[in-house]
Design a protein around this ligand. Sequence first.
Ligand code: PEP
Ligand code: MG
Length: 925
Amino acid sequence: MATDSKKRVFAFEEGDGKNKHLLGGKGANLCEMTQIGLNVPPGFVLSTEACLDFLASPTKDLPPGLWEEVQAQMTALEKKTKKGFGAADEPLLVSVRSGSAMSMPGMMDTILNLGLNATTLKGVIKATGDERFGYDAYRRFIQLFGKIALNVDDAYFDKQFELVKKAAGVKEDVALSASDLKDAAERFLRVVQEQTGRPFPEDPYEQLLIAIKAVFGSWGGKRAVDYRRQFNITPAMANGTAVNICTMVFGNRGDDSGTGVGFTRDPGTGENVLYGEYLVNAQGEDVVAGIRTPKPLTSLKADMPEMAKQLDALRDRLESHYKEVQDFEFTIERNILYCLQTRNGKMNAVAQVRTSVEMEKQGIITKAQALLRVAPESLEQMLFPRLDPKAKVTAVASGLPASPGAASGIAVFDADRAEMLGKEQGFKVILVREETKPEDIHGFFASEGILTSRGGKTSHAAVVARGMGKCCVAGAEGIHVDVDKRIAIVGDTSFKEGDMITLDGTSGKVYLGEIPTVEPEFTDELVTLLTWADEVARIKVMANSDTPVDARRALKYGAVGIGLARTERMFNDPARLPIVIDMIVADTQEERQEALDRLLPLQQKDFKALFEVMSPFPVVIRLLDPPIHEFLPNENTLVREIAELQQLAKNAHGLTALGAAMTLMQASDKVRADVDGLRRQLDPMLVEEVIVKKERMLRKVRSLFETNPMLGHRGVRLGISFPEIYQMQIRAILEAAAECQNEGIEVHPKIKVPQVCTAEELKIVKKWVDAIHDEIKARTGKPVKFQFGTMIEVVRACMRAETLAEQSEFFSFGTNDLTQAAFSFSREDAENKFLPLYTQSEVLQDNPFEVLDEKGVGKLMELAVKWGRSVKPDLLVGICGEHGGHPAAIAFCDKIGLDYVSCSGPRVPVARLAAAHAALLAAKA
Ligand code: PEP
Ligand code: MG
């Protein structure tokens, strides 16, 4: 009897099909499927609460009363199936499966054929008249139970099984006879005895008890914990696993039986066709483990026409009920089709987008649902590179195109080494295996792509790679993988560990060497979906771009303007860096002005090019921000070069031309270039000249030294110290805009001032802007349309938002600096030093430079928006820090009333969809 009134065990007929937290996704579905009339084998679910009670028990006993509930359900199951658990006649066998609220494919353990022992085995053989089937089921059960519930290493069983196959002289499992399988079962029983020191448990109820505890326990196992950590599955999302106990049905009872997995649509392309694989005369794990290569479901019509018809009907039923693409498992036992489980299909982004658009057009879902079922982050997958079609390459092997995209990396033959070389040492790695198993998961995380020589499109490798958006070629049978020798042999060629290979997961081809890739194109469906997104989104999406090339790409991705053009990136162009350096080392204002006069036309050209590309959208240009020493060489390098030059000058005296040339050849590249660059010979006078120049630069570098440059002489502070620099930039922007206006190109330049903390700073810059504008207007007779505004990236700027708003037409949150300022974490150092520790030990939930800290930084933003708009209700407000491309931050920005987000070009599609999600979810709330 239960000690409390909490019901912990539910028959499929009685469980609430919507309560995934209590019954797990699989359990809730089995209940729902049963209740909508699908042919599900009878069974029941132990709740996740029962799991948590069990895990909390120090003695690791089932919570009081639970076992009695299980026994009562087993009795009911015996009645429904007219079979007996442990009976010599018509024995009842069950599967015991895990299933939590979040789908974690292959992450926890399943036991099949539970209830088999010497007695029930005879009963199964008698009832089915099929001895081979009986022993096959028996040996499978002993191995699974031994591995999962009794912790016996799988390798012991595999070794014995290989011996059985060798003795029988066969390669495929299906070729083994009943007596071979009997031999296997007996060997397996001995393995269990030897490895555990105890006989294999014969009592079915003892088996059941051990199995339930093992499945509950697997929730805390390494594989499951790693998976949850990797995918950020918190206890609020899934806590504990349910246990599903279900009557076994058998797909391995002859040619009128089979098993398979299906998707209601193609998960690789999204095409509206029934998709999947099956095997005749086989059990489910044969398909999942890739032991035999399954047939496509399209062949079922020929093998079993009536079953193919029923499967089509099942597909329609599932989609019309769930309104979502389903990934389901089925078994056919002697011409009866059973649906064993169904869940929402995991698809790559291409398929997710296509099915969204097509299901909306079919009237299955609404536009809002179509948008919401695509995770914004997943769109990045659609921007994955493809192999350059121009690359003339020949594949060495081909397999199934199991997960699209292309990747190059060094071949590595096991998951541990993949982790070591990929994650720890930073190599690009391709994991190459015969087939993969759930315990290889860490190798997936560390790899760019996965190649297997066995298994189908629904093998473990394929499913997991698709979920992660990594490319995968599966079942490349022409490749012989020798894991021990770390080599793969393909016909008369081979590649070994460390050799570079390339996979094309879209075509299934494998290449030797590294092959160039090209940027992907938008699909029509993505264009449609993003158009719908723009229709519902409130917040606009702009891009952070500094060059016409980036700007063009941002436009292609749907940006409606540039929200941040960092002018310092233009200064770093190799052609103009020497001028920038001249400007910095200038000792007098005249010298500086001379350098700036050379920079002006270049900058003007930069800005005009951006305006032309982006017309008629706005372009926000930020005046110079970083400390100017960033453009100068490093102090130690200069000291080293001066010493070398001094030595060179000494050696140069009295040399022949040849001697001079040879001496110069021995100098370091930089010094040789500096000296050579003058007159292509080693002249002591010239070396002296170079030394003088470098010493001057060294003095400048030392005079510009700051202890905390990021909190030092940068941004508007620099602008006010050297007015000529900002004035040159302002002139370049306004002149470029005036030129465009003159040429009939619509432009909306916006001048943005960085690092502002007081309105006085803005007033000073504004005065320069107005003066230069007046001058241009007087000259051209036409005003330039532009806006003036400020970055908000300093805490004081948030606190003084009212006074800043009086001087600005727009605010742009620089949340990179604002995060640094709000936490007092140096963004250059924090991520290498203490932030990993902070996030791992949960001092902080997330790295605030990646995930916007809504409670702190967000609060500052909210106040700044409120106060800014209190004096200027139409103040335009956006964000241009890295957070601007992150869906959660976008939702927050939408909530506090920002007008736009600005993010890197490739994230624009992600941001557009996230903006739509924000609007839709806000409307729902
Ligand atoms: C910011 O601080 O968020 C910002 C956009 O400026 P930067 O990263 O260039 O300092
Ligand atoms: Mg900044």
